[in-house]
Design a protein around this ligand. Structure first.
Ligand SMILES: [Zn+2]
Length: 397
């Protein structure tokens, strides 16, 4: 016992003095497996900090992050929310009804209190017109809407594309589209006819934005990806698991940066003040609400949509509550992936002040969520009132 204590003190002194020990004998644990580090250094791989200046390896082989799922021992009030408190417009869905699914889809939506599913994958031309015709032929015509996706989804842009795409958008709106969706590939990966990357603020696209303004429809735009996707896949990347699972998300392998993409997006917002833009996924600034604030303050024509960023709101419940209160007219509800069992996590984060509860996807977040406790007046705006104002086609059908 004395020996361990003395070694512990010695290791601490060495560390405090910034002296690295060669083959140190550790203080903690019976095996004396401690490894001293200098102030500011990281523990070597396979070890963890056990005392100031001392790292140690576990006695048993550690589980991988894929398998380690500790059960929380916290006992605290829980208020799961299976059904949203007010009707919800899911402005960011990719699901629409088919004759085979419509009955069960509507039953699921009713149970969750989703009033409208807005399918952002509406397509264009005859495919879009067919979708709208089918919706209108059912007795649930007021439950489903679609956004158009633009002529050839912005592929192969060359001089003259803009006016043609604007005309196509006008035709798609006549067919029943209530907005335009720009997929993330546009601006990031899609190439022009000359082989170069199409930037989202390319002047050739201007007639499209002007037409959207004239037709009074919103443009929802997914720009870039979470900033962590653009950073090296190392032991400090909080999206390590996700990047290791999905090769297509490894944006650090491609030349265009997060800052370039968001700068081009902001230039688009600035140059088209009469066009209403919905920046999908909070513009990927939900992990930096100060930046989200600056985006909204600089661009009155922009609103945010909260699909797939719940893990960022739920880890900063007080800041998120204040943000939603301040910008209560500027946030729309969206979910992206349609999964009935996942929506209640959104209701719970937005509506309750529950603490430290699980999120539904480990690869998004290694942390727990907290409710942000929005008052009813804000909830109503986020769930449906803002969507009705930004996409008037929700009401005028
Ligand atoms: Zn989406």
């Amino acid at each position: 016992m004395h020996r361990i204590l003395l070694l512990s003190i010695a290791a601490g002194l060495f560390a405090a003095a910034g002296i690295a020990q060669q083959n140190p004998v550790g203080p903690a644990g019976r095996g004396g497996r401690g490894i001293a580090i200098k102030g500011g250094d990281e523990c070597p791989p396979g070890t963890t900090l056990v005392r100031v200046g001392t790292c140690q390896a576990p006695e048993f082989p550690p589980p991988s992050i894929v398998d380690y799922r500790p059960s929380s021992s916290l006992v605290v009030d829980e208020r799961p929310v299976p059904r949203a408190k007010f009707p919800v417009v899911d402005i960011h869905s990719h699901t629409g009804p088919t004759p085979a699914t419509i009955a069960s889809l509507v039953a699921q939506m009713d149970a969750l209190n989703i009033r409208v599913l807005n399918n952002l994958s509406g397509g264009s031309g005859e495919a879009l017109a067919q979708r709208v015709r089918y919706i209108k032929s059912t007795k649930y015509a007021d439950r489903f809407t679609v956004f158009a996706n633009g002529l050839s989804q912005f592929r192969g842009v060359a001089p003259g594309y803009g006016p043609k795409a604007a005309a196509q958008l006008e035709a798609d709106v006549k067919s029943g589209a209530i907005g335009l969706k720009i997929f993330k590939e546009t601006g990031m990966d899609t190439t022009k006819a000359d082989g170069t990357r199409l930037a989202i603020n390319d002047p050739e696209l201007s007639p499209i934005w002007e037409t959207a303004a004239r037709l009074n429809i919103p443009v929802i735009i997914h720009t870039a990806e979470p900033a962590e996707f653009f950073k090296p896949l190392d032991m400090h990347n909080e999206r390590w698991l996700e990047l290791a699972l999905f090769s297509g998300r490894r944006r650090y392998l491609v030349p265009v940066s997060f800052e370039t993409l968001t700068a081009e997006r902001d230039d688009l917002f600035r140059k088209n003040p009469k066009t209403r833009f919905i920046s999908a996924h909070f513009g990927w600034h939900a992990n930096d609400l100060g930046r989200a604030s600056r985006l909204l303050d600089a661009h009155p024509n922009v609103t945010l949509e909260l699909a797939a960023i719940l893990y960022d709101l739920g880890r900063q419940p007080r800041a998120a509550h204040d943000f939603f209160t301040k910008y209560q007219d500027r946030v729309l509800f969206g979910k992206d992936t349609y999964a009935p069992e996942e929506f209640p996590y959104y209701w719970r984060v937005l509506e309750t002040k529950d603490e430290y509860f699980d999120y539904y996807r480990d690869y998004h977040a290694f942390w727990k969520l907290y409710g942000i406790d929005l008052p009813d007046v804000v909830l109503r705006k986020v769930y449906y009132q803002n969507a009705q104002r930004i996409a008037p086609g929700l009401l005028n059908r």
